[in-house]
Design a protein around this ligand. Structure first.
Ligand code: C5P
Length: 225
């Protein structure tokens, strides 16, 4: 279809969530936080007592997720996520849910159950897609694909500050361990592993500010326009 899509893939803490949010706002485009869908599926499973190994039940849960994304108004009202009538923005950001999401994200039936839901986010005037396989699997024809990375230590530090701001209590060492474990899980899975698409631009954000990353992404978009 003719909806412009820019994909930003990479590991957690690379800054892609923040960059995607700012980019979507600057362009006035829609935003897909695909990681949230995996997190929501993991949370729904825990809430319903479904084992994170039970692929068949997880597939059904993923296909029928009762979720609403509330846009917020930029400044006053923050964006929110409602699962089965409950606000869950904070709950799904817990590290435990992140690890659960990473675990179920390795299951092919879960991934395919979430595929069309993700693709449905591509609506005019355009979409910024944030994830691990946006450029490789979900939007392979996107004209601009970015793969954003940063060192594990830097990502742990960023996540630590971010979680502290949200009032979530964690230790930095524990975060670094979780990040390394999740990277391994995501990069080594058989289905849709976290790798740059052949035509992706790889950006290392370790020594860049968010504004510098944003400027680089906009520059790449101008080159392709
Ligand atoms: O980006 P976020 O940390 O919210 O993603 C949580 C988990 O969901 C990731 O560790 C990854 O395993 C999974 N995920 C995925 N494919 C995506 C987005 C997230 O497998 N497109």
């Amino acid at each position: 279809n003719s909806v412009p899509v820019v994909t930003i893939d990479g590991p957690g803490g690379s800054g892609k969530g923040t960059v995607c949010g700012l980019l979507a706002r600057e362009l006035g485009w829609h935003l897909l936080d695909s990681g949230a869908l995996y997190r929501l599926t993991a949370l729904a499973a825990i809430n319903h007592g479904v084992s994170l190994d039970d692929e068949a039940s997880l597939e059904v849960l993923a296909a029928h997720l009762d979720v609403q994304f509330v846009a917020g108004d930029g400044d006053q009202v923050p964006p929110g996520i409602i699962l089965e009538g409950e606000p869950v923005e904070k709950a799904i950001r817990q590290e435990e849910i992140g690890l659960g999401a990473s675990k179920i994200a390795a299951l092919p039936a879960v991934r395919s159950a979430l595929l069309s839901r993700q693709q449905a986010f591509a609506e005019l005037p355009g979409l910024v897609a944030d994830g691990r396989d946006m450029g490789t699997v979900v939007f392979p024809n996107a004209p601009v694909k970015i793969f954003l990375t940063a060192s594990a230590e830097e990502r742990a530090k960023r996540r630590f500050i971010q979680l502290q701001e949200q009032g979530v209590d964690v230790s930095l060492d524990r975060l670094l361990e979780d990040i390394i474990r999740r990277d391994e899980q995501d990069a080594n899975r058989a289905v849709a592993p976290m790798i740059p698409a052949d035509d992706a631009i790889v950006l290392d954000s370790t020594k860049l500010t968010i504004q510098e990353v944003l400027a680089r992404v906009l520059e790449e978009m101008r080159k392709k326009a």
